[in-house]
Design a protein. Structure first.
Length: 253
């Protein structure tokens, strides 16, 4: 990919799953990655793995729903590296619970991490990128973002958060384009990560989900990471404001 070597990338929610995969994929392209999550010791394990592969990485503890922590980590990154080129807004949670049983606390926690967290990180990073007159922000949405003619039960709060991310991405792209900051979102379908553990534990549910996917398989984190690398690079220099679906054809059915 074009012009990724020595770029500085912040990846949230990167101690496992897709976030970890994105961090490793970017590091393989010569990006210096900042691995963040709520557990710094787990992030350090990812950093060690990247270093063993010959890459460069550093770890920070980060609760994306906490503005002071977000601002502090962004400040530390700039202090250490002098810039921030790429933000991968990956941190998120998914709680399965029927709509009529959702509590206000359930709703607030999901919105705070999934939607407000992406807003806080994007705003803090964009302020730095504006001064640099260059930057890339990639928000992670989901096929559960709504407006697709497909409703998914038992995750109303998650769907609301991901729909907000898709809308936020489009609006951010328009406002930040004058500063040469590109903003896109990726909407994964069912990907092999710890988040789908509850689905995999129920064979009937898992089979029903696979029947909806034309490719008849679960996606791999590495497949999403290839898209992350492309959108982070100058190879996608004319793409902004897009929500790119990667779901094995799920939304096409």
């Amino acid at each position: 990919m074009q012009n990724l070597k020595n770029k500085i990338a912040l990846i949230t929610g990167a101690k496992q799953g897709m976030g970890k995969s994105h961090a490793i994929a970017l590091a393989k392209q010569g990006v210096k990655v900042v691995v963040t999550d709520i557990n710094q010791s787990e992030c350090q394990k990812v950093v060690d793995e990247i270093k063993n592969l010959g890459g460069e990485a550093t770890a920070f503890k980060l609760d994306v729903s906490n503005k002071s922590e977000v601002d502090s980590v962004i400040s530390e990154i700039v202090k250490k590296f002098g810039k921030i080129d790429i933000l991968i807004n990956n941190a998120g949670i998914c709680q399965f619970k029927p709509f009529l049983e959702l509590s206000e606390q359930d709703w607030n926690r999901t919105i705070d991490i999934n939607l407000k967290g992406e807003f806080l990180c994007a705003q803090a990073a964009a302020r730095i990128m504006k001064e640099q007159k260059r930057g890339v922000i990639i928000n992670i949405a989901s096929v559960a973002m709504g407006q697709q003619g497909v409703g998914i039960s038992n995750i109303v709060h998650y769907c609301a958060s991901k729909g907000g991310i898709a809308a936020m991405t489009e609006a951010m792209a328009v406002e930040l384009a004058p500063y040469n900051i590109r903003v896109n979102a990726i909407a994964p379908g069912m990907i092999e990560t710890p988040m789908i553990g509850a689905v995999k534990s129920d064979p009937k549910t898992m089979e029903a989900m696979l029947q909806r996917i034309p490719l008849k398989r679960v996606g791999k984190s590495e497949e999403v990471s290839e898209l992350v690398v492309f959108l982070a690079s100058d190879s996608s220099s004319y793409i902004t404001g897009s929500v790119v679906v990667i779901d094995g054809g799920w939304l096409s059915t």
